[in-house]
Design a protein around this ligand. Structure first.
Ligand code: ATP
Length: 274
């Protein structure tokens, strides 16, 4: 098995908040709740306040939960550990807990670190799960690991994510744990404009693209969906260039066609919560 955690290398082109379209409230929350305590440990120790706990992001897939966690690490020049809970599950007794502990140890040894736990709903109790009891030790381990973290002094930040917040074990949502639940919505029109601009940056595009119209036509598209629209349009243009041997840039029509050929992926999630 490959490593169960991905350690980002420290490249000069790190993702930061500037690369994330929209989500302004969330950026402020992350700044206040985890970045400030992290860069200002003396203030917290003066007020004898333990900085800890984590933010739990939830919402439809592809809307930037992982991306903003990664950008958080970029903001503070920290290593980024992205962990899918399903990857640490081990059928052998105590195996999952050992894996979890090892991840915390590695992140500690390479601090400052941002740890991102995706699919946090997979551990713990939920009415809709049949294997809940088997997960109990892993929940307990997660609680112990989280409680042992002091964000300021350990230089360890924890962010969790789920598409199904109602399935997250309630013990994990108590104070000092994932105690701040934040919705990461599909991008609104303004955010979609920013995402289009960010993702088209550096590609040959015709002048005066009507970004506003593109944003109008992509209601309920996630950031990942917008990225895909641009992919589809780019592929189309490249094929045409190769066939005709005539180079040209990406035009408005290419992008509009790509929008017609794709669908917003957040709809399915929104329908499941109705
Ligand atoms: P999942 O629930 O499936 O894990 P997610 O919410 O974690 O999804 P991301 O992996 O963060 O989604 O997003 C997928 C890709 O879409 C990102 O790598 C990024 O390029 C793009 N993206 C999504 N949202 C944004 C955004 N707000 N600004 C810029 N890019 C975005």
């Amino acid at each position: 098995q490959d490593s169960i955690i991905q350690l980002e290398d420290k490249r000069p082109t790190r993702v930061t908040f500037n690369d994330v379209g929209g989500l302004e409230e969330l950026k402020k929350t992350i700044d206040l709740k985890i970045i400030k305590p992290f860069v200002n440990p003396s203030l917290f120790s003066k007020f004898k306040k333990k900085a800890g706990g984590g933010i739990l992001l939830y919402g439809p897939p592809g809307c930037g939960k992982t991306y903003i966690a990664k950008a958080t690490s970029g903001e503070i020049n920290a290593n980024f550990y992205s962990v899918h809970i399903t990857d640490i599950l081990d059928p052998y007794f105590g195996g999952s807990e050992r894996n979890l502990h090892q991840i915390f140890e590695t992140a500690r040894a390479n601090k400052p670190s941002v740890m991102f736990f995706d699919e946090i709903d997979t551990i713990g109790y939920s009415r809709s799960k049949s294997n809940s009891d088997l997960m109990r030790p892993l929940v307990d381990s997660m609680l112990t690991e989280m409680e042992s973290v002091n964000t300021s002094t350990d230089k360890l930040l924890i962010i969790g994510a789920t598409n199904m917040p109602w399935d997250v074990d309630s013990a994990l949502k108590r104070p000092g744990r994932f105690d701040k639940l934040v919705f990461v919505p599909p991008p609104d029109k303004e955010a979609r404009k920013v995402i289009f601009q960010l993702k088209l940056l550096g590609k040959p595009v015709e002048e005066n693209l009507d970004i506003s119209l593109l944003a109008d036509k992509t209601h309920l598209y996630s950031g990942a969906d917008i990225e895909n629209v641009i992919e589809v349009a780019t592929e189309h243009v490249l094929n045409e260039i190769m066939e005709s041997n005539q180079e040209r840039s990406i035009k408005m029509d290419d992008l509009l066609l790509a929008i017609k050929q794709t669908n917003p992926s957040t709809l399915e999630w929104i329908n499941t919560i109705k």
